[in-house]
Every structure is written in structure tokens, then in C-alpha cells.
Design a protein around this ligand. Structure first.
Ligand SMILES: Nc1nc2c(c(=O)[nH]1)N[C@@H](CN(C=O)c1ccc(C(=O)N[C@@H](CCC(=O)O)C(=O)O)cc1)CN2
Length: 286
């Protein structure tokens, strides 16, 4: 068996075209273009590349870019001042604080200081709370991207057993909340690197989301034949980027979202979607 590719790169390109049309419609209404802000602290090469990619995407769909880069030794006060500035800036429809922040900063305090209405990542505590309650909120980009990718490739979600490996705030914790909504109706098991009998949990699953940041953690012998497997792990090694899914998993899986080219591009596309939706809400509110 060779798995069908869940092509995040091509799907994200489709989504950007769809969003560009919606942005053009907003412009017909005469309002200012939507604007995405980013807050980047430090020199982490991965974070720099992701932020640069977000701004390239904005240019493609007609979203204005607001970029605030701070040095690695920025103080909590300096970061929060930038957050206050973006909260007050009418040109900024929504913004993100690129994670992880340097260890000396309190990331939760920074996220909590954001205006929840401008939280383009869905990571403000109020928006995570709304996700728990099932009320309307911007959704975290990677989980939203995973659901969108599965839907567009018609991978059955309702009734599926999903094994998520990884308990981080951007993927592992929120994705269970999304997939267990009535509209998705999946059953989710949240595992992590400390889970006993991880292979057993993975083998039970129809859909596996690997987001542990542990290179090659999920091997082909752990998978149920025909399962949909999505690689969210990215580890930078001297040999390049390595995902959490061992490449041989494609021999057993029914569908595979590889790294690179699977979930990562969808994360970026969903950020744009969150900003365009916020701009549409603002346009109807006036
Ligand atoms: N504030 C946030 N911080 C972080 C998030 C997030 O959603 N919000 N997610 C990740 C980083 N991230 C976006 O910010 C991100 C990660 C990976 C990709 C991507 O396209 N990856 C490529 C491969 C990697 C590469 O080429 O360097 C792929 O999978 O094809 C996009 C965005 C953590 N921080």
C-alpha cells in the first residue's frame, strides 16, 4: 500500500486564492485592508523563517503586514509595550506573538495581555476558554489546518478514533477540543512522550497526529493499516528537518501529511483565514 498524499502545500495555495477573493470584496466595501501583525523576539532561525513566510503569504492575498522584531534580550516590559501598541493600532486587524518566546519571558502573561478580538492565533486564554465552551472564537492555526486538510481530502472524521501525540498549547491540547465538537464527532486520545504503551494507542487509531517534536517517533509497525497520519513534528538536525513520523510509515498508512509539505503550509493558510474572518466581522460591525 502507498499512502495518498494530503498535500498541504497545494491545499494552502487554493485557500490563499479563495482568501484573496474575499479580501478583494472587502476592498470594494471601501474599508482599509486587513492587517496582520507579528511579534518576533530573538534570532531563532525557525521562528524567523515562519514569520517571514507569514508576511510573504500576506502580500499574496492582499493583507497588510505589520512587523515588530525585538532582540533576544528584550524585557517583559518591552514585549508587552509592543502588545499594547498593536492592541491600539487600528491598521492591525489581528496579530500573533511567535512562539516559543525566549525562556526569560512569561509567554502566558504576554498572550493574556493581547486583545482577544485581535488574537489571530486563537491562543489568548479567553479564546482557548471559548474553544472549551464551544462558542465562537478564532481557532488555533495548526489544529484548524489539520481539520481543514482532512475535510478537503474527505478523510472520514465522524466516528474516527484519533490519537494525538504531543501536549503542547499550539497543537496537542486544542486539537482534541476541535475534533470532539459535535460537528466533527471524533473520539480523541491525547498521548505524549510519557505515555505508557504509546504503540498500542497509536495502533488503535484511524487518524494519528504526531506533534511531539521527537524525530521518527511513529514507526510503520505502530500504525493501523490504512490510517491517516499527519506529521506536525519538526526537529532541526545537522542533516536537515526531521519529522515525528518515520518515512516508512507511508508503506502502511492510507493517507499521509508529510513534513515538509503537509500541515505546516496549512498552519500558515489558517492564520490568514483567521485575519480575513476578523476583518469581515469588523466590516459588518460598522
Ligand atoms: N504563535 C505561534 N507560534 C507557533 C505556531 C503557531 O501556530 N503560532 N506554530 C509553530 C510554528 N509555525 C507557525 O508559527 C509554523 C511551523 C511550520 C511551518 C511550515 O510551513 N513548515 C514546513 C517545514 C518547515 C520549514 O520549511 O522550515 C512544512 O511543514 O512544510 C509553518 C508555520 C510554532 N510556533
Amino acid at each position: 500500500m502507498t499512502a495518498q498524499l494530503l498535500d498541504g502545500k497545494a491545499t494552502a495555495a487554493d485557500i490563499r486564492r479563495e482568501l484573496a477573493e474575499r479580501v478583494a470584496k472587502l476592498a470594494v466595501g471601501g474599508g482599509r485592508p486587513p492587517g496582520l501583525g507579528t511579534v518576533l523576539v530573538g534570532d531563532d532561525p525557525g521562528s524567523r523563517a515562519y514569520v517571514a513566510g507569514k508576511h510573504r503569504d500576506c502580500a499574496q492575498v492582499g493583507i497588510a503586514s505589520i512587523r515588530r522584531d525585538l532582540p533576544a534580550d528584550a524585557t517583559q516590559r518591552q514585549v508587552e509595550d509592543v502588545v499594547d501598541e498593536l492592541n491600539a493600532d487600528p491598521a492591525c486587524t489581528g496579530y500573533i506573538v511567535q512562539l516559543p518566546l525566549p525562556a526569560h519571558l512569561d509567554a502566558n502573561a504576554v498572550l493574556a495581555r493581547m486583545d482577544p478580538a485581535k488574537d489571530a492565533d486563537g491562543l489568548h486564554p479567553v479564546n482557548l476558554g471559548r474553544l472549551v465552551l464551544g462558542t465562537e472564537a478564532p481557532l488555533p492555526c495548526t489544529p484548524r489546518g489539520i481539520v481543514e486538510l482532512l475535510r478537503r481530502y474527505e478523510v472520514p472524521i465522524a466516528g474516527a478514533r484519533v490519537c494525538v501525540v504531543g501536549r503542547g498549547i499550539t497543537v496537542g491540547r486544542p486539537i482534541g477540543l476541535l475534533l470532539t465538537r459535535r460537528s466533527e464527532n471524533a473520539t480523541v486520545t491525547l498521548c505524549h512522550t510519557g505515555t505508557k504503551g504509546l504503540a498500542w494507542h497509536v495502533r488503535e487509531a484511524d487518524i494519528v497526529v504526531a506533534a511531539a517534536g521527537s524525530p521518527g517517533l511513529i514507526t510503520k509497525d505502530m500504525l493501523r493499516p490504512g490510517a491517516a497520519v499527519l506529521d506536525v513534528g519538526i526537529t532541526r538536525t545537522e542533516h536537515g528537518l526531521v519529522g515525528d513520523i518515520h518515512p516508512e510509515a507511508a508503506q502502511v498508512a492510507g493517507w499521509i501529511a508529510p513534513m515538509p509539505g503537509g500541515v505546516g503550509p496549512m498552519t500558515r493558510a489558517m492564520l490568514l483565514a483567521n485575519v480575513v474572518e476578523a476583518a469581515e466581522r469588523n466590516a459588518t460591525a460598522v
